[in-house]
Design a protein around this ligand. Sequence first.
Ligand SMILES: NC(=O)c1ccc[n+]([C@@H]2O[C@H](COP(=O)([O-])OP(=O)(O)OC[C@H]3O[C@@H](n4cnc5c(N)ncnc54)[C@H](O)[C@@H]3O)[C@@H](O)[C@H]2O)c1
Length: 359
Amino acid sequence: MSRVLVTGSNGLIGSEAVLYYDGLGADVHGADNNMRRAFFGPNGDTLWNLQRLEAQTRSFTHHTVDIRDRESVFDLFRAHAFDLVVHCAAQPSHDLASQIPLVDFEVNAVGTLNLLEATRLHAPDAVFILMSTNKVYGDVPNEYPLEELSTRWEYARPEDYNGISESCRIDRCLHSLFGASKVAADVLAQEYGRYFGLKTGIFRGGCLTGPSHSGVELHGFLSHLVKTAVRGEEYTIFGYKGKQVRDQIHSIDVLAAIDAFAAAPRPGEVYNLGGGRGNAASIEECLAMIEARLGRTVRRTYLDKPRRGDHICYISDLRKLHADFPAWRITRSLDRILDEIVEAELDRARLASSLGIAG
Ligand SMILES: NC(=O)c1ccc[n+]([C@@H]2O[C@H](COP(=O)([O-])OP(=O)(O)OC[C@H]3O[C@@H](n4cnc5c(N)ncnc54)[C@H](O)[C@@H]3O)[C@@H](O)[C@H]2O)c1
């Protein structure tokens, strides 16, 4: 890939994509308007990550483009012949979407359509990656029979051991407005692959994480949990006794999957992408792992009120991804992911305290 467009380039996955392709010698363009700050306030500000990218890259150009602005998106495509588009820009929060339904849909659905159409008109041979989400399955995963273990919920049937596959139903269920806008984007990207033959690949993320996440309560579970713990603040658990299970994947392994697809695209194909069975843990289990690293108890409060449509046990079934791209695998264990995030947060806290500012 010689010319790459990354949308949402200041964010967790986007910034990893910039570093990855810059490292391979590509001419990398990023589009991000720091809208995460508008969504989540100062803790969601991503400018620190842009500065990091500008310091660490060789051939990276940033564009302050709003993907809702169709003309600016088209201008970008007219000016540069992209052969890979990694679309990561989004309103990413389940809960926030209900407060801003129009903005959520305009960013997630219409923004994606703008990019797909720009690709069809100006870069029809490019590979187009959409970062989709497991929230397209709505609350269907909660219909799977579960059993309650001492620290986590677990699938009750042996055939569900590997987790949720791409055959899981995506309609006739509760999604949250975020899930609905992401379904629109997901199906549009599939359609541009199947109908127009564009090389679109759709990745339905589980919990994507890593040290470059600007984690906040409403998005970025593990990053927010570690941040709260390191700062000695109180972590709020919403329902399911803190036994809800998530599978964590490091952003580096997300990029490896994207790159495997880019090298051998299958137009319109959909893949679940998370840490899988090996990297799955409940909130309580994650808290215990963080406490072991910090050597102290993390303060928490429990609200017996699950987030609407929240998954009780979600593990990504990775078998389709493994079958189509046999060289791809998870390289970062949950232990290693936590080591990295805790270390990064401790570094940030030390820096803040040496500068005499609140972390
Ligand atoms: N992080 C996860 O756990 C997770 C899980 C499943 C799916 N996903 C999906 O992966 C993608 C990337 O997620 P992330 O965690 O890197 O998110 P992120 O919030 O860290 O990054 C998204 C970036 O997009 C930018 N952005 C938002 N609206 C924009 C707009 N209108 N124009 C231009 N830029 C805009 C934001 O400023 C931000 O930097 C998203 O589509 C998200 O829905 C993430």
